[in-house]
Design a binder for this molecule. Structure first.
Ligand code: URA
Length: 214
């Protein structure tokens, strides 16, 4: 499969199910972004945060990762609290918020039905994750939000899943010197069920910010 660069084109053709969903969404909501969502933040950052995929009414609508949905209401204030963002989060790509020392991307760049990408879609999008990681020359820490992001990063780095199991709050010291940190995804489901509390999320970001600065 021919891929190039860190960002898929607006009409990326690789995943038939996601293309069909995108076309249907373009008809239903012609004013929304309805296209692959580009990464946010400078490629010179030390930290890369990897989410799952754009939310239908969040990034798929607004065009900025985690912007306009529940997950962003936890993520962006947390970034601001630990000095990894500047400004104010206004749930809008024009809110003026900037990232400081981190970049945000997704394991899958297009919105999937029911928020659940299938294996073939995660695999088809991985070359963009690989390109993203390779483009970040100052990269020290990758934070995976959830098990899908974790597994995709492990494969992107050519490592074996069995050697690097997902664990909330674990900072894996990888052979290359890179660190892979894991957190449960900041989804409404995880916070409603109590799997992830704000305090648990903050603990991960406190260490992440320290390691990114170190
Ligand atoms: N928005 C994103 O961009 N990614 C997620 O994983 C969730 C919401």
């Amino acid at each position: 499969m021919a891929h190039c660069g860190t960002e898929p084109g607006r009409d990326c053709p690789h995943c038939p199910r996601l293309v069909a969903f995108r076309e249907s969404n373009r008809k239903t909501w012609p004013d929304w972004h309805n296209a692959p969502v580009a990464s946010f933040g400078s490629s010179d950052a030390n930290i890369l945060i990897v989410g799952l995929a754009p939310g239908l009414r969040g990034a798929n609508r607004t065009s900025r990762p985690f912007t306009g949905d529940y997950a962003g209401q936890l993520l962006y204030p947390t970034l601001l609290k630990f000095g990894l963002a500047k400004g104010a989060y206004g749930e809008d790509p024009d809110d003026g918020l900037t990232l400081a020392g981190c970049r945000i991307t997704n394991a899958v760049r297009c919105v999937p039905p029911q928020n659940k990408p299938v294996g073939a879609e995660i695999n088809a999008c991985r070359p963009y994750l690989v390109a993203e990681i390779e483009a970040m020359k100052q990269l020290r820490v990758i934070l995976a939000l959830g098990t899908v992001a974790h597994a995709s990063v492990i494969r992107a780095l050519g490592l074996k899943q069995k050697d690097w199991r997902f664990g909330h709050g674990v900072f894996h010291e990888l052979p290359s010197g890179l660190v892979l940190a894991d957190s449960y995804h900041c989804s409404r489901y995880n916070t409603n069920t109590g799997r992830l509390t704000e305090a648990m999320f903050h603990d991960v970001f406190e260490e992440l910010a320290n390691r990114g600065r170190a």
